[in-house]
Design a protein around this ligand. Structure first.
Ligand SMILES: [Zn+2]
Length: 370
């Protein structure tokens, strides 16, 4: 925004430029680090080529080869064409770099303006995905493999006598290892394919919660497993944190991991480079966050857990794990999650007592439900 686009009237500054500055900000890619999605139209798709059916086959074979050569160029060559687009290249959209390997890997179906496009190539270095318009009766879903490493602990907290709480910097690494083709009409999984892309890395911020030995033992004595209890809590927290931090569920993600802190821990992180403060707010208001989780799990009428409470929310299943695959989680144990929440919140110091936010009488709710 330029200074001459601002007008000051009665000591209040108004924007007086032409276009609203907000229109220049795409909600689809907040980061500057984006991939262009380029529609590539081989000449065989042009109307003039429809006039000679006899010659079209040989021309198509020739042009498919030419197209393949085009797609197979070195990134340096293709970066040049990015700035000087040929008439048969058109940028139809952009996608942030974090989402690109999950959305526009080779053979992925990219949905845009109600049309289906197939991704022919993803140039990681040149940050371009080449797509072609195709009528398809399926969409694709990526299968991801991810890892979270705590790189620096910035602060720890004693609000929960039964768990270690921490906030700090983490490095999230993930890669797309495969994809599924799913039919639009029947949701039938028709093909599973492999994808070979380099791993992506996201330095961001996270908070973590590690139940102590006594809690783990008590969950076990109640017939549950701490890992399942934490998975249920993670799935609840991914839905509950937006209510505390005013974000979208897709802005955050979480894992249950025992490698970083020596025993099973919940790690919740921001899905943006450097973090946007969502998980920091969750850390500051952890009691409120757990209260919302508690209400969600208590108010759900299901017996053994469902996607409305401890199950995976149907937001970005691939980010967590795919229940259709052997590596995925089933619906976590609802009773283990409830027992874990009870044990965590006994004798805790509330957010209000700590002076960082409102308390919602979680203790009262817990006492009633016990
Ligand atoms: Zn439920």
């Amino acid at each position: 925004m330029d200074a001459d686009e601002l007008s000051c009237i009665d000591r209040v500054v108004y924007f007086s430029g032409g276009q609203n500055p907000a229109q220049q900000i795409s909600l689809r890619h907040m980061s500057d680090n984006t991939f262009s999605i380029v529609l590539y139209r081989p000449e065989s798709d042009r109307p003039e080529d429809q006039t000679n059916p006899a010659g079209r086959m040989s021309q198509q074979v020739y042009r498919q080869r030419a197209e393949h050569d085009q797609v197979g160029r070195t990134p340096r060559t293709r970066r040049k064409t990015r700035g000087h687009q040929k008439p048969n290249h058109e940028v139809i959209a952009n996608v942030d770099a974090i989402s690109a390997p999950e959305l526009v890997y080779p053979e992925a179906v990219y949905l845009h303006d109600g049309q289906t496009y197939i991704v022919r190539d993803l140039d990681m270095e040149g940050k371009v995905a080449y797509v072609q318009r195709r009528e398809l009766d399926y969409y694709t879903q990526a299968v991801l493999d991810s890892r979270v490493d705590i790189t620096r602990s910035l602060t720890t907290d004693e609000r929960f006598p039964t768990a270690q709480l921490g906030f700090g910097e983490v490095d999230v690494a993930w890669k797309t290892i495969g994809f599924k083709k799913i039919k639009f009409e029947t949701r039938e999984n028709v093909v599973f394919g492999a994808v070979d892309l380099p791993a992506q890395s996201l330095p961001t911020t996270a908070f973590w919660l590690t139940p102590n030995h006594a809690v783990r033992e008590q969950v076990k004595q109640a017939g549950g497993r701490i890992g399942e209890g934490l998975c249920g809590l993670r799935n609840l927290a991914v839905v509950a944190l937006p209510l505390v931090a005013m974000c979208d569920s897709r802005d955050i993600s979480g894992v249950v991991d025992s490698k970083n802190l020596g025993s099973s821990s919940l790690i919740l992180y921001d899905r943006y480079p450097g973090g946007l403060g969502y998980c920091e707010k969750g850390f500051d208001q952890i009691s409120t966050l757990l209260e919302i989780c508690w209400q969600m799990v208590q108010q759900c009428d299901c017996e053994d857990g469902c996607p409305s409470c401890v199950g995976l929310p149907n937001l970005r299943p691939a980010i967590h794990s795919d229940p259709d695959l052997t590596r995925g989680y089933p619906i976590p144990d609802k009773q283990a999650t409830i027992r874990l929440l009870q044990l965590l919140c006994e004798n805790r110091v509330t957010d209000a007592t700590r002076g960082s936010g409102p308390d919602h009488a979680f203790g009262t709710t817990m006492t009633k439900e016990k």
